[in-house]
Design a protein around this ligand. Sequence first.
Ligand SMILES: Cc1cc2nc3c(=O)[nH]c(=O)nc-3n(C[C@H](O)[C@H](O)[C@H](O)COP(=O)(O)OP(=O)(O)OC[C@H]3O[C@@H](n4cnc5c(N)ncnc54)[C@H](O)[C@@H]3O)c2cc1C
Length: 352
Amino acid sequence: MEVDYLIIGQGIAGTCMSYQLMRRGKKVMVIDQIEQKSSSEVAAGLFNPITGRKMKKSWKADTLFPNMISFYRELEEVTKSSFLHEVPIYRPFFSIEEQNEWMAKSADLDYQQFIHKVWNKSLGNGLVKDPFGGLELKMSGYLDIPSLLEAYREYLRALGAFRDEQFMENELKLENGKVKYKNLEAHKVVFCNGPSARFSKYFSWLPFRPVKGELLHIETDALLDKIYNRGVFVVPTKTGICKVGATYNWKELNHVATSNARTELEEKLNNLVIFSYEVIDQKVGVRPATKDRKPFLGSHPNFSELAVFNGLGTKGVSLSPYFSEQLADFFVMNKELDMEVNINRYISLYSP
Ligand SMILES: Cc1cc2nc3c(=O)[nH]c(=O)nc-3n(C[C@H](O)[C@H](O)[C@H](O)COP(=O)(O)OP(=O)(O)OC[C@H]3O[C@@H](n4cnc5c(N)ncnc54)[C@H](O)[C@@H]3O)c2cc1C
């Protein structure tokens, strides 16, 4: 069987990449060994335009966010399912000074498209601790990634474009500018295999910095119509379960749930909310993060038939649509990649 592109991995990266290529009329085959513990399966799927302790606009938010929403809406139409939930994020203020600072910032054109309202007093809903009010954001919400992955996998299966199997790199053969893998022949292979790319003989030279993350699933009778976020996020999902996360651990890159992470998340949650809850599950994943916190895109320095789309780190939901589009345009139309994300920025680390 001959295809244009063989995509390794169907997390959020492989999903967006393969769809962008099909959108451009290319024939793809996606190989994924379905894993309940991949980063994409575990993630809360939050997208938040204003992030971090210092509450800055997230990197390229003006470009990424409008693009992301229309992209996932299109995927919903194509797969006839629903997984994108636009929900306001509410972040309580710590102090009156912080409230004043955001009152001023809300007039700033640069922030206006993301601010729904600056609350100068508590919501008074008996759910969250917010004596100084808080910042309510728009163009925010969560992507139900497991539902997206499942719906898209069915879509691929119906096209005969999905294989549920383990990809074995040593069975890849590069011949005359083409790639052979078992009974498949492809013009290009795109590695979208998340944190396992750091063990690839072709891409392990890239400076990955994976980070383990844990989150809790809680059940509560409280009716949440916003995502609460300060220290931890609380994402109310359509199933009635809320996801609370997340931790960061750069040392232990395994999939073992720890009591330390649970204690940390519960302490932070108790500082944020007033409602009662029960922890019903704890999930663990390893994020494919990079040293400079920017994604990895581009072709292998020696083998142009091999390419990578990886390094989505903590923000796979918002980064994936825009950068998969950029990589697809690079493949199909020879458009330049942003130097900030092009793997050529690390060419000095590569030795053939
Ligand atoms: C606890 C936690 C919370 C998070 N919360 C958020 C959040 O709220 N918002 C957000 O945007 N991001 C969040 N993230 C980050 C997000 O999960 C990642 O950015 C994103 O999922 C990375 O996607 P990926 O497709 O690159 O990698 P992965 O999800 O790891 O997907 C790689 C895929 O490749 C497959 N694969 C690998 N090797 C092989 C092989 N040899 N053969 C076959 N298949 C293979 C795997 O099975 C997997 O399906 C969170 C991550 C964690 C761990």
